[in-house]
Design a binder for this molecule. Sequence first.
Ligand code: ADP
Ligand code: ZN
Length: 534
Amino acid sequence: HSAGVGSERQSAEQVLQRVFGYDSFRGPQAEIVEQVCSGGDALVLMPTGGGKSLCYQIPALVRDGVGVVISPLIALMQDQVDALRALGVRAGFLNSTQDFEQRRGTEQALLAGELDLLYLAPERLRVPATLELLDRVAGDTGIALFAIDEAHCVSQWGHDFRPDYLSLSQLHERWPQVPRIALTATATRATRAEIAERLDLTQARHFVASFDRPNISYRIVGKDNPRRQLLDLINTEHAGDAGIVYCLSRASVEDTAQFLSQQGIAALPYHAGLGAATRAEHQSRFLREEGLIMVATIAFGMGIDKPDVRFVAHLDLPKSVEGYYQETGRAGRDGLPSTAWMAYGLADVVQQRKLIMNSDGDAQYKRQQAAHLDAMLALCETIQCRRGQLLGYFGESTQGACGNCDTCLIPAESWDGTIAAQKMLSCVYRLHTERRQHFGAGHITDILTGKLTPKIEQFGHQQLSVFGVGADLDANQWRTVIRQLLAQGFLAVESDHGTLGLTESSRQVLFDKREVRLRRDPERRRPTKKAKQA
Ligand code: ADP
Ligand code: ZN
């Protein structure tokens, strides 16, 4: 049998060279291809740009029959198929964008054994006719393999859940002899286990490539005037470069794209509200033109293969580390130095907490989302190497500082924020217990800094014992303190108005003298007396 495996590997290498024009396999590709060629199942975790496609395309060509690729990326199927056809691979696809004639053409080619690869949208498998079609193919010319792309879409608690993916376990039940390979670029240990469980791949070989992207420089800065900060980044480091700017809302996508255009920078908006034709046009311009900036919601980017994206900027906090990793991973697929930059502030934390609070999910869902957000906040607030923190989240250990992230390049200091935390928390505590009042970060900051605003006077808050006790810090510094207290769970957003409340841990700070360490953002380090006292 080993001779057979050996000759398969050789022919796999021949396919790699003759069809795809590459000299050698990269990283774990060779092993994965061998596993699937010899009929085994595989679960592949590989970062974006790692070369997942060849892991199923080559076995599909080496083995008899058609390789069936399940992919949620309907908008990209035509491009993928065109690219394969240009290499002489007989590829086709079936999805909802086709008319009857196109679909029939693909089906006929499939039944005639004239396809090496078939891309299939997951919802097609809900249609009995598709299952019957695959039955005929399986019994006739054969199915080489099932590839399940973007396999994390099966995870109900992930950020990209597609209900149709749950039904993919039937592939194995219906055609048990066909090998399956599931692939994803996003997975923590927990997600990986969930994918294996739901797709019935616990017996499969798991291939986990390193998620490190050494050419990406990670930076997270305090949000001040985000559009200005973005403009600075572009002008000083990325003039004329292609980049992606992520914003949370459609409105801020529009505003930011307009702002950049007014500054003479070529930028286009992209969000789900734009209409399919506009979106398609903007996407294809981004792919084809040089130095264009796409300002987008997270609706943009999955499956986009543009090698020379030089920077990815986040103007709003992503909901999870998985999302952050996937979005930043779109930078530097060509291996050249690239930047992952993010501006993050107090309002982001409050907003995300409110979104979770107001979401439709049940308590378990909300806890999951809150845990995702906490991990993201920990990455923002760390004074350790960002890369180490990021990879640690995916269960990968690193050695020492990477030298290519902001905390490595300009070490952040931590400071003893216990007294500041006590002042902040006792202000919230007094408002609650003495006045039965609940306020947001802005007003509480005014009380602490002793600012006589009309609202302070209206509520008589200048009479509170905590009024002005925090005048040693300015409003900006207090925002940083509140942001971190929220991130560390010493403070909570308690209503959808963004009012602040206490937690179990805040009691430890207030009554048990628990120590609080805070991060001092490097760019906020000021050589003034005030800052030194803080
Ligand atoms: P992923 O799907 O993991 O994001 P792709 O399969 O799109 O990655 O591959 C990323 C890029 O790397 C593509 O341009 C692809 O052609 C290239 N690539 C993949 N494998 C190899 C290889 N063995 N040698 C050279 N280039 C490769
Ligand atoms: Zn680092």
